[in-house]
Ligand binder design. Structure first.
Ligand SMILES: *Cc1c(COP(=O)(O)O)cnc(C)c1O
Length: 379
């Protein structure tokens, strides 16, 4: 086996189990969100296992992500919802990729690509119901006027929007967005267009708001076993999902140091007692946040916190005076938390960020290793 100094282990069984749990919860078909290399877990392996576990759709941000899925032989319906003007819409249409349409500019380009290809484009109309990011807002009426005459070039398969605050139960903006979505759906119906599928829910709304499920839910973070918001919605455990990603690295070396020894760039922190320090062979070039303080690693049943600043390729942890750790040993940076190791949630908190960013930022120089879906459970 090739030597590795760090690796991401992806438990495909956990993803399969999460897809099944979410599908049961939703009661409607699931779109597995696999953008950003499946939130860092690996685009193609995750897409395959999600489909096998019962997801009926795949969703990505970028056209190149959708094309990579097609090139790997994935046949399931795919929506790409962040395909800006100037993109290769002809290739998208030829590859049977459904396109999110969020502006007139995008719409014009899709129509002319469809004409050029002599093939109807499949589109999902994105409406801005209050997030004020993607989707039609000021151009809505003009779009409706144009759309009514374009049935030969485009097929409106779906209508969709995105919540800004779905992870805050009872937040009034959610009800406002839901109402606006229904109104904009009525606008479409009024011009004689009735899309097959309406979709609004992300993971948080899938878990807590059945009134927003419509015909399809788009689940991202929960499919990877992570809570959309640990404070508001509860932990992975309480949601019945299993974190799929474990990140581990080797110790580069272990050294004994005296109390009051400053550690790392800027001498940010000093040791508080005589102790052993471990140098972990990962740093911010691998996606470990430079500002992380309060997370660390797990070794032999014990947490060892970060001491000092994270460097580009390494960071230092305080293993404690009695640690038996040695250079070359594996340590767990984060995992599901079943053994007491730090979690992606812990790293998010330690970095003034969220679990989403922790898992998606792990650099491509860290290899992904897959535990097949047949061996469900912890490592
Ligand atoms: C990323 C994304 C999702 C998934 O959100 P989660 O909170 O990860 O479930 C759903 N819909 C759209 C449009 C997205 O961009």
């Amino acid at each position: 086996m090739t030597f590795r100094r760090a690796e991401v282990i992806v438990d495909l069984g956990a993803i399969a189990s999460n897809v099944r749990a979410l599908k049961e919860k939703a009661g409607v078909p699931i779109l597995a969100v696999v953008k950003a290399d499946a939130y860092g877990h690996g685009l193609v392996p995750v897409a395959r296992v999600a489909i096998d576990a019962g997801a009926q759709w795949l969703g990505v941000a970028l056209l190149e992500e959708a094309l990579a899925l097609r090139e790997s032989g994935v046949r399931a319906p795919i929506i790409a919802w962040l395909v800006p003007p100037g993109s290769d819409f002809a290739t998208a249409i030829a590859s049977d990729i459904d396109l999110g349409v969020a502006s007139l500019e995008i719409f014009y380009e899709i129509c002319s690509a469809a004409q050029h290809m002599k093939k109807r484009a499949r589109i999902h109309v994105e409406v801005d119901t209050g997030m004020t990011r993607g989707g039609f807002l000021s151009e809505w009426e003009t779009f409706l006027d144009l759309l009514v005459n374009e049935s030969e070039r485009v097929e409106v398969v779906g209508l969709f929007s995105h919540f800004a605050r779905a992870d805050e139960p009872g937040q009034p903006q959610n009800a406002i967005q839901l109402k606006r979505f229904t109104e904009m759906s009525d606008d479409l119906n009024r011009i004689g267009i009735e899309p097959e599928i309406h979709h609004l829910s992300n993971s948080a709304a899938t878990l807590i708001d059945a009134s927003a499920h419509f015909d399809l839910v788009r689940t991202g973070i929960a499919m990877y076993g992570l809570s959309p918001d640990r404070e508001n919605l509860g932990s992975s455990d309480s949601l019945g999902i299993m974190p799929a990603m474990t990140l581990r690295a080797r110790l580069h070396l272990v050294k004994e140091v005296l109390s009051d020894t400053p550690v790392g760039y800027g001498a940010l922190t000093s040791t508080s007692s005589n102790t052993k320090l471990g140098v972990v062979a990962m740093g911010y070039a691998d996606g470990i946040p430079r500002i992380a303080q309060g997370a660390g690693i797990f070794y032999n049943g014990k947490r060892a916190p970060i001491i000092g600043r994270v460097s580009m390729d390494q960071f230092v942890v305080d293993l404690g005076a009695h640690s038996t750790a040695q250079g070359g040993d594996w340590v767990t940076v984060f995992g599901p938390g079943y053994e007491g190791e730090y979690t992606a949630d812990d790293w998010g908190t330690a970095s003034s960020s969220i679990n989403y960013e922790i898992v998606t930022r792990i650099a491509s120089r860290v290899p992904r290793i897959y535990k097949p879906a047949t061996t469900i459970g912890a490592l």
